[in-house]
Design a protein around this ligand. Structure first.
Ligand SMILES: *[C@@H]1O[C@H](CO)[C@@H](O)[C@H](O)[C@H]1NC(C)=O
Length: 392
């Protein structure tokens, strides 16, 4: 009975899926082994590796303003989970939540080596499966609030840490934010040191009991049901009673995935993975209400989004969904293609990086330093992260 339901769901889904977006990401398209817009990928791109630095979902710039010198540097924090092959609450499987994921720090310097960030004061017997991350800038060596979506064993929560430029190898745990509103949190965009937008990718999750978790989320995914959403959450900055206010900001988004806020704070971009769209909203900075203004189609299932400091939106994702499903079932032996684009202020889409998966697999995040042009790419089921620098 169970397998019949599965097959029925699969065929119905494939039918609906392929009709909605003919040929868009069910069928493999030609892709170069690798392409980098600003030079030869082989010489301009470098893989930053370390033992255990693999299966990375998100990456974020940590802006550190030094008051003494008036200078700013942007280090990179990366969320990785080597255990993703055994624990993935978005796509499955849910086998072993035991081994912890890891946050990494990569300094902006060219020869930098990734450094593991140790967790301090972390609750014992609490799992750690980091997905979306967001960090507030530091000024004059002040510590920064770091928020991490954590797909823990029983439910998904958000962990708050503080991390200081004086001791960047240690993140001190502050509190765990757990709420009935956090059904399937995925990505975070900060609006202050203690408030943020957060996407919920599914209404029906893998965690549903009694076999429902094996069928309903698939239906939601493949029928592109518009059941994802984005909320705005304000925390009590000091107290341990975390949520002060929760507001629904954007509804009806099929597979709401990456969220990013523009440098001016007036615009929010939300990825809808299964419709291959990036939705742009104008933001009321007082109420945090969102109004959709544009929809930008992209040639892949967009995963994470990041505005660079000049206001160009970098979108990354998965151009061949069936490959991604194969990879999640057998990460050691399979590859899934990667694609990263830049979406400029007039919504022109330009490819920055592409790979058929052999060079770099399953790109989840593209992060660009607007000053140097350096592009960081993380891969959901890939080892290391890629850093590409424009040819001189
Ligand atoms: C966006 O890109 C298009 C095509 O290259 C160009 O014509 C347009 O001027 C660009 N817009 C901005 C604001 O950069």
């Amino acid at each position: 009975m169970k397998s019949f339901a599965w097959v029925a769901v699969l065929f119905l889904s494939i039918f609906v899926f392929s009709r909605r977006r003919p040929g868009s990401y069910l069928f493999k398209r030609d892709s170069p082994a690798f392409f980098y817009l600003h030079g030869d990928a082989e010489s301009q791109c470098e893989r930053k590796s370390a033992p255990d630095l693999k299966f990375c979902e998100d990456a974020a710039f940590w802006e550190i303003h030094e008051e003494a010198t008036g200078s700013t540097r942007s280090d990179i924090i990366i969320s990785c989970d080597p255990g993703r092959g055994e624990w993935n609450t978005v796509m499955g499987p849910l086998r072993d939540p035991g081994p912890h994921g890891v946050l990494w720090l990569l300094s902006a310097e060219k020869d930098a080596v990734p450094q593991r960030i140790l967790k301090e004061n972390y609750p014992p017997n609490h799992d750690f499966h980091p997905l979306g991350i967001a960090i507030w800038p530091s000024r004059g060596n002040s510590p920064s609030n770091l928020f991490v979506v954590n797909h823990a064993r029983k439910r998904s929560v958000i962990e708050q840490f503080i991390i200081s430029p004086k001791n960047p190898g240690v993140a001190t745990h502050v509190r765990t934010i757990s709420s009935a509103y956090l059904v399937s949190p995925n990505s975070i965009a900060l609006t202050s040191p203690s408030s943020f937008y957060v996407s919920n990718d599914h209404l029906m999750t893998r965690r549903l009991p009694g076999g429902l978790g094996n069928v309903l989320p698939l239906l939601e995914t493949f029928l592109t049901l518009p059941l994802g959403w984005v909320s705005h959450i304000s925390l009590d900055p000091a107290a341990h009673t975390p949520i002060l206010e929760h507001k629904f900001a954007a509804f009806g988004i099929p597979f709401a995935n990456g969220v990013s806020i523009s440098p001016s704070g007036s615009e929010i971009a939300i990825a809808s993975s299964t419709t291959s769209e990036v939705r742009i909203y104008s933001r009321d900075p007082i109420t945090n209400a969102l109004t959709r203004t544009h929809t930008v189609p992209v040639p892949f299932c967009p995963d994470n989004l990041d505005y660079d400091a000049a206001g160009t939106l970098i979108a990354s994702g998965h151009p061949h969904f069936p490959s991604l499903i194969k990879v999640k079932n057998d990460p050691a032996n399979t590859k899934s293609p990667s694609w990263v684009v830049a979406i400029n202020q007039t919504h022109n889409v330009e490819t920055l990086f592409q790979s058929d998966g052999t060079y770099f697999s399953s790109s989840a995040t593209g992060l660009r330093d607007a000053t140097t042009g350096a592009l960081v790419v993380s891969g959901l089921y890939e080892s290391g992260v890629l850093v590409c620098r424009p040819a001189p």
